[in-house]
Design a protein around this ligand. Sequence first.
Ligand SMILES: Cc1ncc(COP(=O)(O)O)c(C=O)c1O
Length: 382
Amino acid sequence: MEVVKRNIPISLPHTGEEEWLAAKEPIMSGWLTAGPKVREFEEIFAKRHGVKHAMAVTSATTALHLALVALGIKEGDEVIVPAFTWISTANVVLYCNAKVVFVDVDRTTFNIDVADLKKKITSKTKAIIPVHLFGLCADIDAVKAVAGNIPLIEDGACAAGAGYKGKPAGSLGTLGCFSFHPRKSVTTGEGGMITTNDDKLAELISNLRNHGASVSEEQRHHGPKPYILPEFNMLGYNYRMTDLQAAVGIVQLKKLDIFIDEREQWAKFYNEQLKDIVWIKIPEVKENYKHGWQSYVVYIDEKKSPLKRNEIMEKLQQMGISTRPGTHAPHMLGFYAEKYDIKADDFPGAKDCNNYSMSIPLFNKMTKEDYEYVVYALKSIK
Ligand SMILES: Cc1ncc(COP(=O)(O)O)c(C=O)c1O
């Protein structure tokens, strides 16, 4: 049978008419930023993620930055970050003039290796950022068992809607941070969210994202004296989300569980179809974990594969299928390698994940024929 070539991107956001119409509302009302749509988006997000507070910001990167600022991270402090993650998980630590302390990751889950974490905690460790990579939660109970009272900031950039032992991502640590970049399951173009159950941190973060103002824009405009400017008692930032983004986010968030269910169904299809390819290790999801399936990432066993990972990616590209390495190992990137004089082999798990992980297309606009074609393409690599 002749198979017709298809072109399948690594990801496409699932946006359309509904999001378009939603964005029209703030445009027509004139309340374009930090207004009622942002508040509604925050309320829905907090409810879905089982937390008291959710504060919308401009990205997961700015969410992580504010989380660290709110915890008072400063020069002389150490913050622990997995060595296989998007670079900004580490960069935010430097924004606070603190030191990034990398920890190796597990090759099966791609998440933080708790045995290595234990060795890296010192009296200077002031926060730990476990990452829920690709939508799979880190083993937070194991992290907590070694972290004691050190605050945990969940990097849930990829993990909206994911769960761990019956609890949603974002409700597991002191603070949780999420991304709404178009490669995530739900998107606002750019955007982020911070979650917490701590009232004081929530208030602080609300003020920090708005230049450090003591009163939010919305409160001031609806208050008795809208002409009075707020107090500014701290160094703040402009990390406010717009109402256009939030309006889109509200529509997207209402579809989050449908999106995840669909993704899960296709992840299972991949698992079933790819499990007999000896050089592919399919993602493993232990009991008690609810994977968010932001990405479907396999691990290539080059000892058994007919081609190297990059050659496989090239071959798939020629067949019209986009792939990517899962993410990168920041300690192997020029900036961190040089700054801290780190060798790739200092974190062997992260190095392997960097070199052998491969993300294949999984997104809600994909069709059955697309999935079948990806499987056909992978099986044709000999
Ligand atoms: C694990 C992780 N952390 C942080 C980020 C940064 O997210 P944003 O692009 O919203 O700043 C990403 C983005 O891909 C990510 O995957």
